[in-house]
Ligand binder design. Structure first.
Ligand code: CTP
Length: 392
């Protein structure tokens, strides 16, 4: 999986820098086309000649003393993936804040390639609130992490903060290149629909679209041909086909237009819409003591009812326990249902985190811990893939 890939290995200044020499050797053996960046402090721990001998190329050291006049943009465009190992607390802080003060951080700011960080530091530094905040930001920004592990640290202390072993880093790197979506077509709905009352007002809900957008990005990264039907203005990766809609009816026609192997219904669709939509803004003086409602189409049901239906994942945002969602999974005949309790603080609409319970078609439940919506998306795409193709 790594043969022929162009990987940039960035080594920063920690005792664990010596392990990156072993990592570099393993990557070269795996057929990787490898370039190395060494930061100034990395060279306090390991020499440039070590990497030159392993890779057959001089490591890159500086923005200004490189053969290239623009080494950061060249390396950024050249890389299929970037691995920062070890990643010190200082480097993590700089990346999380978008600082571009040296060759490594400028390259990371310029690249569109996936980036894997292998943190290494003392336990106190790893657990410091500032590092926690930086790591959360980086995960939210789409950076991947491997480790840190628990074990012996510099100076003989024991705790969390040890850099992952080269084999673990290589495994995580292979996952970056995972295209197990294999060209399958996936459609995902996102956001809350808006059902107009008049040209100014609508009936809506608090859904932000973050969960559905995270799923679309993750699916696209994993090789699915992805269509996102959304009411939200949030961005999506360039490889995602985005169809912006507003109402349940528009969302339904956009979804039914797509041929899909997998359909994920993360949108909060209004169940009712005003039966009459006024062409002009209704003035206060006109009075409007009630609004007559009519049902909207059940988009999920219209897809489940199709011949050759796709693999269907529903969502159930509830304010009560999981029992109602288990019944919903059965009644709606979905292959998977993602339940969350939106009255819990970490799972509310608009939150960056979610605590979900996965319900399968047999009603079996699997509670996942509180995690970022990106991580939920990653695990959900994994689960979809292993369920539709257990042999992998
Ligand atoms: N859904 C849909 N179209 C609708 C309503 C819901 O596609 N008109 C999808 C949602 O995207 C979600 C699933 O169906 O994946 C369950 O939505 P939910 O609102 O929880 O279910 P309802 O059937 O509307 O049940 P209730 O409102 O009674 O909880």
């Amino acid at each position: 999986m790594l043969n022929g890939r162009r990987v940039l290995l960035a080594v920063t200044g920690g005792v664990a820098a010596y392990k990156s020499a072993f990592l570099a050797r393993r990557l070269v053996e795996a057929g990787v086309d490898l370039e190395v960046i060494l930061t100034d402090s990395a060279t306090e721990f390991i020499g440039t000649q070590t990497f030159a001998a392993i890779t057959g190329r001089q490591p890159h050291r500086s923005l200004f003393e490189d053969e290239s006049v623009s080494p950061h943009t060249e390396l950024a465009r050249w890389s299929d993936a970037v691995v920062v190992a070890p990643a010190t607390a200082a480097t993590i802080a700089r990346i999380a804040n978008g600082v571009s003060s040296d060759l490594l951080t400028a390259t990371l700011l310029a690249t569109e390639a996936p980036v894997l960080l292998a943190p290494a530091m003392h336990t106190e530094m790893w657990e410091h609130v500032a590092t926690r905040r930086n790591i959360e930001t980086l995960v939210e920004d789409g950076y991947r992490l491997v480790g840190p592990e628990t074990g012996e640290l510099a100076g003989g202390d024991i705790g969390v903060g040890r850099v992952s072993e080269p084999e673990q880093i290589i495994e995580a790197l292979e996952a970056l290149f995972d295209q197990s979506g294999g060209g399958r077509r996936l459609v995902v709905t996102a956001g809350g629909t808006r059902e107009p009352i008049d040209p100014v007002r609508f009936l809506g809900n608090r859904s932000s679209g973050k969960m559905g957008h995270a799923i679309a990005d993750e699916a696209a990264r994993r090789g699915f041909h992805t269509t996102l039907v959304t009411t939200s203005d949030l961005p999506a990766l360039p490889s995602v086909k985005v169809v912006r809609v507003e109402t349940a009816a528009e969302m339904q026609s956009a979804v039914l237009e797509e041929e899909a192997d997998v359909a994920v219904f993360a949108a909060a669709v209004a169940d009712f819409r005003p039966a009459e939509v006024f062409g002009e803004k209704v003035a206060r003086a006109d009075g409007m003591s009630s609004i007559t409602l009519q049902s909207t189409p059940d988009i999920l049901a219209s897809v489940v009812g199709r011949q050759n239906r796709p693999f269907v994942v529903g969502f159930a945002a509830e304010t009560g326990g999981v029992e109602r969602a288990i019944e919903k999974a059965r009644a709606k005949k979905v292959d998977l249902l993602v339940y969350n309790n939106v009255s819990e603080p970490g799972s509310s609409f608009g939150s960056d985190t979610n605590e979900v319970v996965i319900i399968d078609s047999g009603g079996q439940t699997d509670p996942w811990p509180l995690m970022s919506k990106r991580e939920v998306a990653r695990k959900l795409v994994d689960l979809i893939l292993t369920t539709i193709d257990p042999q992998g």
